[in-house]
Design a protein around this ligand. Structure first.
Ligand code: PLP
Length: 429
């Protein structure tokens, strides 16, 4: 923190002391100043320890990056780079070519394009294919059970309206059949859009249309099929004891023309929106002037490239923090909880079995068994105790449940356990 900022807070603390009805004790003035400085240091973007047990917590920045991704950012962004420069010919190159080969290798698609986030990717697809050149409305066909809202204002019907396309809803909330799509086709149909139900499930009497079935219909009608996949798994999550989550490779193999997904969900990389699919369709998107407004920056390209390289080597996948967190066995979590507990005898602290979630709008029903440090504060106010943890250095984000505060250890890197201990000790003091 710069000297002028410190000076401003010292002046404010002194003014408050002068203005007080009774002159405060020196200690009170000092602790008021310290609280002001601590609040100042939390105002900007700062690292926190995620004790929520939600691996991809959107409010906490979703996927933490791998060491390799951080190094790639430092290498590419700490100096000039070949962002838009072809080193072989010494002429202008394209930033969009930097990730093409990696994404083709990772997904099996013909070509790829990367923009700012998945919402931007969907917007670009719609603007490219569903915007009427002559002003006459073009239609996008979506099943009623897929009209999703993701947190933070991404609501599919609204995004569609924004793009100038007309939404044609087909089927019922619980059952959608291929005949519903077929009936909705018209000369105005621009796209058949499939949306992954990322953060909800419809259960009971349900029927759905598979990707391959939709592709067959699209081919017959000469209409492209697009899928907003959202979570973007490149790995079968059953290997980690989770339910199956549709992968990008599966969507590509079924012949979906364009598939959009996020970089910072199950891919475990930086915020980005990736579109993979048919080369001709990607080419049309590259030519859209809107691309310039949605473009991705150099540090993101560097981090995404490094993360994709880790995916391509299955032995390296768990160097991606999301997969390391998923793979951590319960015994290891329990041992860490015991080690911390043993060093904080004075607190009512125990290791407790809890359930976490993948988060990031993925796998909404799949609980992850985990272990938390459960702290029952002596004063009995768990919400106040959680606030004390958030005021720590670093801030620890935990959840209050009844009369205790739970710090889930799956979402905290083991090398940060010393910080958890210090923050807990301070919060209890
Ligand atoms: C998460 C998600 C989005 C939005 O992705 P961002 O990268 O956050 O913009 C869009 N569609 C689906 C299906 C999603 O799951």
């Amino acid at each position: 923190m710069g000297a002028p900022t410190v000076k401003r807070h010292v002046a404010a603390a002194l003014n408050a002391a002068r203005g007080a009805e009774t002159t405060p004790a020196a200690d009170a003035v000092v602790s008021d100043l310290l609280a002001r400085l601590a609040a100042e240091s939390r105002r900007g973007l700062t690292g926190v320890l995620n004790g929520t047990g939600i691996l991809l917590h959107t409010n906490l920045g979703r996927a933490p990056l791998a060491r390799e991704a951080l190094d790639a950012i430092a290498d590419a962004a700490g100096s000039a780079s070949n962002l838009e420069y072809d080193l072989e010919s010494g002429t202008r190159g394209s930033r969009y070519d930097r990730l093409g080969a990696l994404l083709r290798a990772a997904t099996g698609a013909e070509d790829a394009l990367v923009v700012n986030n998945c919402a931007a990717a969907v917007l670009l697809v719609l603007d490219t294919f569903a915007r009427a050149a002559d002003g006459s409305p073009r239609e996008v066909v979506v099943a009623r059970n897929q009209l999703i809202e993701i947190g933070g204002g991404f609501r599919l019907p609204d995004v569609l309206a924004r793009s100038g396309a007309t939404l044609v809803e087909v089927g019922a909330t619980n059952k959608v059949r291929i005949g519903d799509y077929a009936q909705a086709l018209s000369p105005r149909t621009a796209l058949l859009l499939r949306v992954h139900p990322s953060n909800y499930r419809i259960e009971g009497f349900t029927a759905d249309v598979g990707g391959a079935e939709l592709v067959a219909l699209g081919r017959r009608a000469g209409v492209p099929v697009v899928e907003d996949l959202g979570s973007g798994a490149l790995t079968d999550l059953r290997a980690y004891g989770l339910p199956h989550e549709r992968t990008v490779q599966e969507a590509v193999a079924e012949g979906i023309d364009l598939i959009a997904f996020s970089g910072d969900k199950l891919l475990g990389g930086p915020q980005a929106g990736i579109v993979v699919g048919r080369a001709a369709a990607i080419q049309r998107m590259r030519a859209n002037p809107l691309l310039r407004a949605l473009r991705i920056g150099g540090p993101t390209i560097a981090a995404l490239g490094a993360t994709l390289r880790l995916h391509l080597d299955s032995a390296a996948r768990e160097r991606i923090p999301f997969y390391r967190m998923l793979a951590t066995p319960l015994d290891a979590l329990r041992a860490r909880a015991e080690t911390i507990r043993a060093q904080l005898d004075a607190l009512d602290l125990r290791a407790e079995r809890v359930q976490g979630y993948a988060g990031g709008g993925t796998l909404p029903l799949a609980a992850l068994e985990s272990v938390a440090l459960a702290w029952r504060p002596a004063h009995g106010d768990a919400n106040a105790a959680a606030a004390r943890l958030r005021a720590g250095n670093p801030p620890v984000v935990a959840r209050a449940e009844g009369d205790r505060v739970l710090i889930d250890l799956r979402t905290i890197p083991p090398e940060r356990d010393g910080d958890v201990l210090a923050v807990l000790r301070n919060a209890a003091a």
